[in-house]
Design a protein around this ligand. Structure first.
Ligand code: ZN
Length: 479
């Protein structure tokens, strides 16, 4: 039955008109890099540092492109489209990625199985009338800070969605045993929007290929949707290179800022929950991007964005920076809006570009998906710990006696190898490291403490005492 359906769709769906191939072109100089885009190629990923750029080319232009760039490499077909599943294959909608219906089932099941997970809740309706929904996971008191994760703003980028499914599963499964999962859910409201662009995602189901934009075909009739990640209202349409005024372009920004129901509903909802920050997930390339994208200028939070990015990418080696440093300037995107829009104070958002194999390349490869998820889970954890620590959660109030400014300051937090600390307000103090159960695990004395190799990742305390004064700070071990 299923196979018949797939065959029928193959014959009738207009999606195949869009069918394309990804080609990787080596780039040596900066002008090479911009030349490719100026020739009209659709750039899907790239890195100035590593000297490559991928372009999506209509099947008809593959030979011509390969002739123009003799060093270029045609990337595997499954990087750019979902291939039909065989009759014996147990995979469902979109290979090992989660399709639209599998997402709905996953989130409903997760909510049914845990008091900490709210039933998926609507925040609006898409252009074609589909539900736009979020899921909240928390065990924190009302009013605890919000942290937001989104994916599938671009409908052909399911790798980010897999990351968020893994993240939600990890948080709820490990709560109560992993100290970091416990700490995060006890102190934050984790919000997840798994599918920002449900119409485009449904269009790609089961093998429509590379629809990126939403499904608003009305302006003009022949166009193929609006790029939601160029439609946000901060610096919308700043110039024509960071977004396009051409409806046929894959970066078409729409007729006006927030013209699309998907972006309008999402931004109004985000303003209502006021997250501290978060990740707007995309694929691919293995990058971690932060604002400003529109003109490649540093924000007032540049050192925070950069410092956290360096820390978060320690494990996966993702290249980090502003979009314009790594690839090109981008205007009207979600990260710039999250940081810069006047409707809220700055929210510290990044765009991770998951290091997937193109858009659909892991469709047959659970190992690759699991690896990507684990690498990004580490970034998710670290981001939450950093945001909560910045909000004052995680810094225990130092007990004050005698009016003296007795305290303990950490050089960095979270820590991976060595915890550096300074005790102020006393000439000598005894220092101890405690686990969350209050057991003393070490007693350092010289301002630094090497984390033992066998120590579990998680939340710990460092406590300093001198006479009748005591101060405690919370820190996280994360490797
Ligand atoms: Zn994207």
């Amino acid at each position: 039955m299923r196979k018949m359906l797939v065959t029928a769709l193959l014959l009738t769906l207009p999606a195949l008109v869009n069918a394309g191939r990804l080609i990787r072109i080596p780039m040596n100089t900066d002008s090479d890099f911009t030349l490719v885009r100026d020739m009209g190629y659709e750039v899907t990923a790239g890195s100035r540092r590593d000297g490559w750029v991928d372009v999506m080319v209509n099947q008809r232009f593959v030979d011509e492109t390969l002739a123009r760039y003799p060093e270029a490499k045609l990337l595997p077909l499954e990087w750019s489209e979902l291939l039909p599943v065989s009759e014996t294959d147990s995979r469902n909608e979109m290979g090992y990625y989660y399709g639209p219906n599998e997402n709905a089932a996953f989130w409903a099941t997760l909510a049914a199985g845990s008091d900490m997970v709210d039933t998926p809740t609507s925040y609006g309706t898409s252009f074609q009338g589909r539900d736009l929904y979020f899921v909240r996971i928390t065990n924190a008191p009302a009013g605890a800070p919000a942290i937001l994760f989104t994916s599938l703003t671009h409908a052909r980028e399911p790798g980010g969605n897999s990351v968020l499914i893994d993240w939600a599963q990890w948080l709820t499964t490990e709560y109560g045993s992993d100290t970091m999962a416990t700490f995060i859910l006890n102190n934050a409201q984790i919000y997840i929007v798994p599918i920002v662009n449900p119409d485009g995602y449904e269009y790609n189901n089961p093998n429509g290929g590379n629809q990126r934009k939403n499904m608003n075909y009305t302006v003009p009739v022949a166009s193929s949707g609006i790029d939601l990640n160029r439609n946000y209202s901060f610096m919308w349409g700043y110039d024509d290179s960071g977004s396009s005024p051409d409806p046929y372009s894959e970066t078409y920004r729409g007729e006006s800022a927030l013209s699309e129901s998907e972006t309008l509903a999402e931004t109004q909802w985000i303003d209502s929950i006021q997250p501290l920050g978060g990740f707007h997930y995309h694929t691919y390339g293995g990058l971690l991007l932060y604002p400003y994208g529109y003109n490649n200028s540093p924000t007032p939070h540049q050192s925070t964005f950069q410092g956290w990015a360096a820390q978060m990418t320690e494990l996966n080696g993702y290249e980090y920076g502003r979009c314009g440093e790594i690839l090109y300037d981008v205007n009207g995107d979600a990260v710039d809006w999250s940081y810069g829009a006047s409707t809220h104070s700055p929210m510290l958002f990044y765009t991770p570009e998951v290091d997937d194999a193109g858009f659909w390349g892991s469709q047959n490869d659970t190992t690759a998906i699991v690896t990507n998820n684990a690498e990004c889970r580490y970034m998710n954890k670290l981001l939450c710990m950093n945001l909560l620590s910045m909000a004052g959660i995680g810094e225990e109030t130092s007990a004050q006696f005698d009016g003296a400014a007795f305290g303990i300051t950490l050089q960095s937090n979270p820590v991976s190898a060595v915890l550096g600390y300074t005790v102020t307000g006393a000439s000598s103090a005894s220092v101890s490291i405690l686990d969350v159960a209050g057991r003393v695990v070490a007693a350092p004395s010289d301002g630094s403490w090497v984390i033992p190799e066998n120590m579990q990742n998680g939340v710990y305390f460092i406590r300093a005492e001198s006479g009748n004064k005591a101060a405690t700070e919370r820190f996280t071990v994360l490797r």
